[in-house]
Design a protein around this ligand. Structure first.
Ligand code: 17E
Ligand code: FE2
Length: 417
């Protein structure tokens, strides 16, 4: 396969990419625009980029919004209640059908790497078993990581610890947690230490829903980061949401950031989700309830953006479009300085790959698996401005998606010529 007239991130000229046996075999700068009838694909100056990474989504709950009841308050906690009503209705077929449809939606929007949380506070583990099975069936096309996610708590749910361990035995790759939702602060603290110990024992990754609440007193992040540091597991550990950090005072944050830097853990922020779910108990002024993305990045920590929800009890408007999440996120986090814009795609590509620990196979580089997407626009800023659809998605040299750009058929003349 040969792709001509491709732009690459951070580079000036146009490039020709050759793909052989599913790997990038040649990446060559061109002298100007090429015409080549033998080329498989003409990128026409659009950006060829490593695939989007969706590092935090809940596939088990996707496409269940309103079933059986709608979340009327818009709070995280009502979302958990509504989901608890839907959970007993789960069947393998229902999960399979919704999950495959949602993965298709993500692929249509340029995603090839997905980390999904799956609720394991279900004595039957219906969703978990179905998604482990799907992972095997789609493994040549999509990299899927499964988090054993204790939605109703580990310490606060009957047999919580056993369910987590069973989920790992069934095939979950990542250990989750939800300390801010446990009945007591002590339960939250104990659960964090237990999660890291389990990671040491099993060799699994960790990704915790950590401090997803507008409560400046929710300080489980320091417990998670300390346990990760002491176990020397930092880069294998992720703190998702950490929205309480929005409400921490600056003095505490200053002390906390020293620990975070030492720990080297990763962060996932879900800006559209958090702007929707957080701030709900405020009148005015209203907190945005998004973690300190800009400051974490400036401190050298790895932060990526995720969508979190696709039409589920927490968020109705999820659509798989990470470019929209990125757009929304950099607005609400005040990350629109020109130098920040110039590499903004990092937040939904490279940084997500680092969180998922797939960097060894990720990126447009000689010898690596030929995974790429083509975006409308020639660089990060143009892509973000245009908010265009993904034109091409290639996985190991095979086409996952090809799309023709929309065409304006006619437009009025505003000024007589
Ligand atoms: N569950 C949770 O605890 N938090 C979320 N943001 C979602 C599910 C979507
Ligand atoms: Fe989540």
């Amino acid at each position: 396969m040969k792709i001509i007239n491709a732009r690459l991130r951070g580079k000036q000229p146009l490039f020709t990419l050759l793909i052989e046996n599913g790997l990038f075999s040649q990446i060559e700068a061109q002298q100007g625009v090429l015409t080549d009838d033998l080329a498989t694909y003409d990128a026409k100056g659009n950006l060829c980029c490593a695939p989007f990474v969706e590092p935090h989504i809940h596939l088990d709950a996707a496409l269940t919004a309103g079933e059986p009841n709608w979340n009327m308050s818009g709070t995280l906690f009502e979302g958990i209640e509504r989901w608890a009503e839907r959970k007993p209705l789960l069947t393998r077929q229902d999960v399979e059908q919704r999950v495959l449809k949602t993965i298709e939606l993500l692929v249509a929007n340029g995603v090839q790497y997905i980390r999904t949380h799956v609720d394991v506070t279900d004595p039957e583990l219906v969703a978990l078993k179905a998604i482990v099975d799907i992972k095997q069936r789609i493994k040549d096309k999509i990299h899927l990581q499964i988090v054993a996610f204790p939605q109703e708590g580990i310490w606060s749910y009957p047999n919580g610890r056993q369910l987590m361990e069973r989920a790992l035995e069934e095939g979950a790759d990542v250990i989750g947690g939800i300390p801010h939702f446990e009945f007591t602060r002590e339960y939250g603290v104990e659960s964090m230490r237990w999660v890291i110990e389990l990671a040491q024992k099993t060799g699994k990754l960790v990704d915790v829903h950590c401090d997803e609440i507008d409560d400046g007193a929710a300080r489980f992040l320091e417990v998670l980061a300390t346990a990760a540091l002491e176990a020397n597991l930092g880069p294998r550990v992720t703190a998702s949401h950490t929205t309480a950090m929005h409400s921490y005072n600056n003095a505490y944050c200053s002390k906390l950031f020293r620990l975070l830097k030492m720990s080297k853990i990763n962060f996932v922020s879900c800006p559209t989700e958090s702007i929707h779910l957080q701030g709900r108990f405020d009148t005015y002024p209203k907190r945005r309830g998004i973690t300190r993305v800009k400051e974490l990045r400036e401190a050298g920590l790895n932060v990526c953006f995720a969508q979190d929800s696709i039409q589920d009890p927490w968020y109705t408007l999820g659509n798989g479009k990470l470019l929209r999440v990125l757009d929304s996120g950099i607005h609400s986090c005040h990350m629109m300085g020109y130098s920040e814009l110039q590499n903004c795609l990092d937040l939904i590509t490279d940084n997500g790959a680092k969180t998922l620990q797939v960097e060894h196979e990720y990126g447009i580089e000689l010898g690596k698996p030929a995974n790429l997407i083509v975006l409308q626009g020639g660089n990060d800023v143009e892509v973000l401005q245009q908010q265009g659809e993904v034109l091409l998605s290639i996985r190991h040299g095979n086409v996952l998606l090809e799309r023709k750009p929309a065409e304006v058929v006619s437009i009025t003349q505003f000024v007589d010529s």
